[in-house]
Design a protein around this ligand. Structure first.
Ligand code: NAD
Length: 413
C-alpha cells in the first residue's frame, strides 16, 4: 500500500463536497465503499460478510501484502473520468518495479486487487530469474477493453505512473495495445515496449521459448536440436505463431490448436502445422507440449493425459497450483518453469532502460541465454530432488536476497 499517500489520495476525494461531473448517488456509493474498505483494514477480525465475495468475507489487504511480501499498492481514482486503477509494487530490491498494465472488467474490487498482487509478485520472480536490475510490479485498470478505452483514460493512467517517479515502469499486457501505451507515454517517461523502441515483445518471447525447448530436450535425452521432434502447441496467438514458425523452420513437426477455430486453422495451414481440436491437444503423443494460451492448464485433469517428455511454453501461471510441478516430476515430465522460459519479452523491454538506450542485438543475446538459465534450473532440481518449479523459485529468491543485501551498502553519490 502506498501507505499514507495512497490513502490520502482517496481521503482527499472524500473531503471534497462532491465529484465534478458525478451524481450524488454514485458519490455516496464511493464513500460507502471507502468506509467499508477502511473498516476492513482497521479491523482484521471483522470478517464482514460481503455479498458476492468468493471468500464470503472482506479482503484484508495488509495481510495479503504481508503474506506475499508486497511493498506498496497505489489506488487511483480519476474523478473526472471515473478511471479505477491499481499499481502493485511487489519488490524493488533489484531496481524499479517493471511489469505490464492489464485492462480487465473485474467482477469486483477484490478480484482486481488480488490480480494486481498476484501478477506483481510473479514479475519479481521473472525479473530476478532473468538477471535483470528490475523489481516486480503490475498495474490493473478496472475497465472494459472493448468499450472503455479513451485518450483521457490512458493519459490519466500515465499521470499515475509519472506520480510514482520511476518506482514503477509500465508496458502493455492483456487488453492494452502498443497504441494505448503511446498515449500513456504522453504523460510519463516510465513506459517500455513502445513501437519506436523495443516494440512488440512477442517474437522475442517466442525466441526465448524456442531456446528453452532446446535446453529441455537436451536435459531429457542429450540432444538439443528440434529437427525430427514433434511439438504440440496450444494457442496460435502472437507468441504461438512465432514459435510454430521457428520450430517448423528448424525441422520440427508441429501439431497446433486454438479456440478460434477458423483463424487457428488458417494460421496452422499457413505455418505448416497439423491441426487438432482444442480439447484434444493434451492427448497428442509428442516430445514437447508447448502451452501458449492461458494459465492453470497444468492441473489434476490434464497432467495424467499428457504424452510428452517436456512441457515448455510461453503461457503465464501454467501450474494450477504449486503442487502440480511435483506431479509433473512424478510423471517423468520435465517442466520448463513459465516465468523463466517466457522471460524474453521482459528482457527485451528492460533493455530500453539500459544507460546506452535500447540495442536489439544485446537484448537477443540475453534472450538466447534463457536456455542456460533453464539448464541451471534443471540441474538444481536434479541435485536437490525437487520440482523444476521449486528450483526456479529458489534461484529467483536467492538472487533477490543476495543482491538486495549487497545493495544495502551506502555508497556516497
Ligand atoms: P494472444 O492473446 O495473442 O494468444 C493467445 C491465443 O490462445 C489466442 O489465439 C487464443 O484464441 C488462444 N487460446 C485461448 N484459450 C485457448 C485454449 N483453451 N485452447 C487453445 N487456444 C486458446 O497472447 P500471446 O501474446 O500470444 O501470449 C500467449 C501466452 O503467453 C499468454 O499466457 C501470455 O500471458 C504469455 N506471455 C506472452 C508474452 C508476450 O510477449 N506476448 C510474454 C510472456 C508471457
Amino acid at each position: 500500500m502506498r501507505g499514507s499517500s495512497g490513502c490520502a489520495m482517496i481521503r482527499s476525494e472524500l473531503r471534497t463536497p462532491g465529484p465534478p461531473g458525478g451524481d450524488a448517488a454514485s458519490y455516496g456509493r464511493l464513500v460507502e465503499r471507502w468506509r467499508s474498505f477502511v473498516r476492513a483494514l482497521e479491523n482484521p477480525d471483522r470478517k464482514a460478510r460481503k455479498e458476492g465475495s468468493p471468500a464470503g468475507r472482506a479482503m484484508n489487504i495488509f495481510d495479503a501484502m504481508k503474506e506475499h511480501g508486497h511493498e506498496e499498492i497505489v489506488f487511483w481514482y480519476d474523478r473526472e473520468i471515473g478511471l479505477r486503477a491499481i499499481v502493485a509494487i511487489h519488490d524493488t530490491s533489484l531496481g524499479p518495479a517493471l511489469g505490464g498494465c492489464r485492462m480487465w472488467q473485474y467482477a469486483e474490487e477484490e478480484e482486481a486487487v488480488t490480480d494486481a498482487l498476484r501478477l506483481s509478485r510473479g514479475m519479481t520472480f521473472k525479473n530476478s530469474a532473468m538477471g535483470l536490475d528490475m523489481g516486480g510490479g503490475k498495474a490493473v485498470l478496472w475497465a472494459d477493453s472493448e468499450s472503455d478505452k479513451t485518450e483521457a483514460l490512458f493519459r490519466s493512467f500515465g499521470r499515475l505512473v509519472q506520480s510514482l517517479g520511476g518506482r514503477y515502469i509500465t508496458a502493455e499486457d492483456v487488453g492494452v495495445t502498443a497504441e494505448d501505451m503511446a498515449i500513456v507515454a504522453r504523460e510519463t517517461r516510465y513506459v517500455g515496449g513502445l513501437a519506436e523502441n523495443s516494440g512488440d515483445p512477442s517474437p522475442v518471447t517466442a525466441r526465448g521459448v524456442f531456446e528453452g525447448i532446446c535446453a529441455a530436450l537436451e536435459a531429457v535425452d542429450g540432444r538439443s536440436a528440434v529437427d525430427g521432434r514433434h511439438v504440440a502447441v496450444q494457442g496460435l496467438g502472437h507468441v504461438g505463431c512465432g514459435l510454430v514458425e521457428l520450430l517448423v523452420n528448424a525441422g520440427a513437426t508441429v501439431t497446433a490448436t486454438d479456440i478460434h477455430a477458423a483463424a487457428g486453422q488458417a494460421a496452422a495451414a499457413r505455418l505448416g502445422a497439423r491441426w487438432v481440436e482444442p480439447a484434444a491437444i493434451y492427448d497428442v503423443p509428442c516430445d514437447v507440449f508447448a502451452p501458449c494460451a492461458l494459465g492453470a492448464i497444468l492441473n489434476d485433469d490434464t497432467i495424467p493425459r499428457l504424452q510428452c517428455k517436456v512441457v515448455a511454453g510461453s503461457a503465464n501461471n501454467q501450474l494450477a497450483e504449486e503442487r502440480h510441478g511435483a506431479m509433473l516430476r512424478q510423471r517423468g515430465i520435465l517442466y520448463a518453469p513459465d516465468f523463466v522460459i517466457n522471460g524474453g519479452g521482459v528482457v527485451n523491454v528492460a533493455d530500453e532502460f539500459h544507460p546506452d538506450g535500447y540495442h536489439r542485438d544485446r537484448a537477443i543475446t540475453r534472450v538466447r541465454a534463457i536456455g542456460d538459465q533453464l539448464r541451471e534450473v534443471f540441474q538444481i532440481a536434479d541435485r536437490e530432488g525437487i520440482s523444476t518449479s521449486d528450483a526456479a523459485n529458489h534461484l529467483a529468491l536467492q538472487r533477490l536476497d543476495l543482491i538486495g543485501r549487497v545493495r544495502r551498502t551506502y555508497i556516497p553519490e
